[in-house]
Design a protein around this ligand. Structure first.
Ligand code: ITT
Length: 194
C-alpha cells in the first residue's frame, strides 16, 4: 500500500521543482503544475516572502482542492538592508533575468568589503485543509564575481558560511545538504512524520 501523502508543488521554476523532488520524493508523491495542467503564472503581489508563498499555495489549493506545497525564496543582503528580498526574481526589472540580476547585485557591492547575505525560503503547506509555513535560512557572503555553472539563479555568486565554493561550484547533493530550501524542507518532513 502506498500511504505517501500527495502534494501539488506550486512552482513554475523547474530547478526548484527538481530540488524539492530530490529532497521530498521519498516521503511524498509529488505532482507538478504541469502534471495537473496548470499553465498560468501566479501573480506575486505580496510584500513579504511569507505572503507570496501563501498566495501561490492558496491559488492552487482553491483550484484543485488538493494538498499543495509552495516555495517563495529571496536573497537578503545585509548592507542593502535586506534587499533584494521579496524582489529577488525581478531585482534588475522585468522581464526577469538571472544574468542582469547578478550584474546589478555585483555592481551594488562593488568595492564593498561587507558582503554578508542570506538565502531565505518560506514554504507553505496546505495539508488536510490547514495551512503551515516553514522557513529555511542559509547565511553566507556574495562573491566578487561569478563562479561555477551548476544550480540556478544567484547560485554563481553565493558562498555559504564555512564553505569556499559558491553554490554553483557545488554538486547538487552538496548544495542540498545545507541550502535554505533543504532546511525548510527538513522542517516540513518532521511535520509530516508526526
Ligand atoms: P515560483 O514562484 O514559480 O516558485 P520563482 O523562480 O519565481 O518560481 P521566487 O519567486 O521564489 O521563485 O523567486 C526567487 C528568486 O530567487 C529567483 O530569482 C530565483 O532565481 C532565486 N532563487 C531562489 N532559490 C534559489 C536558489 O536555491 N539558488 C539561487 N537562486 C535562487
Amino acid at each position: 500500500m502506498n500511504d505517501k501523502p500527495t502534494l501539488i508543488v506550486a512552482t513554475n521554476n523547474a530547478h526548484k521543482l527538481l530540488e524539492i523532488e530530490t529532497l521530498l520524493g521519498d516521503y511524498c508523491s509529488l505532482r507538478s503544475l504541469q502534471d495537473v495542467g496548470y499553465t498560468n503564472d501566479i501573480p506575486e503581489t505580496g510584500e513579504t516572502l511569507e505572503e507570496n508563498s501563501l498566495i501561490k499555495a492558496e491559488t492552487i489549493f482553491r483550484k484543485y482542492k488538493l494538498n499543495v506545497l509552495s516555495d517563495d525564496s529571496g536573497l537578503e543582503v545585509e548592507i542593502l538592508d535586506g534587499d533584494p528580498g521579496v524582489d529577488t526574481a525581478i531585482y534588475a526589472g522585468e522581464p526577469r533575468n538571472d544574468e542582469r540580476n547578478i550584474d546589478k547585485l555585483l555592481k551594488e557591492l562593488d568595492n564593498q568589503s561587507v558582503r554578508n547575505a542570506r538565502f531565505r525560503t518560506v514554504l507553505t503547506l496546505y495539508f488536510n485543509n490547514e495551512v503551515h509555513q516553514f522557513e529555511g535560512i542559509v547565511e553566507g557572503i556574495i562573491a566578487s564575481e561569478r563562479r561555477g555553472s551548476n544550480g540556478f539563479g544567484y547560485d554563481p555568486i553565493f558562498i555559504p558560511e564555512n564553505h569556499k565554493h559558491t553554490f554553483a561550484e557545488m554538486e547538487s547533493s552538496e548544495k542540498n545538504k545545507i541550502s535554505h530550501r533543504s532546511r525548510a524542507l527538513d522542517k516540513l518532513m518532521q511535520f509530516l512524520k508526526k
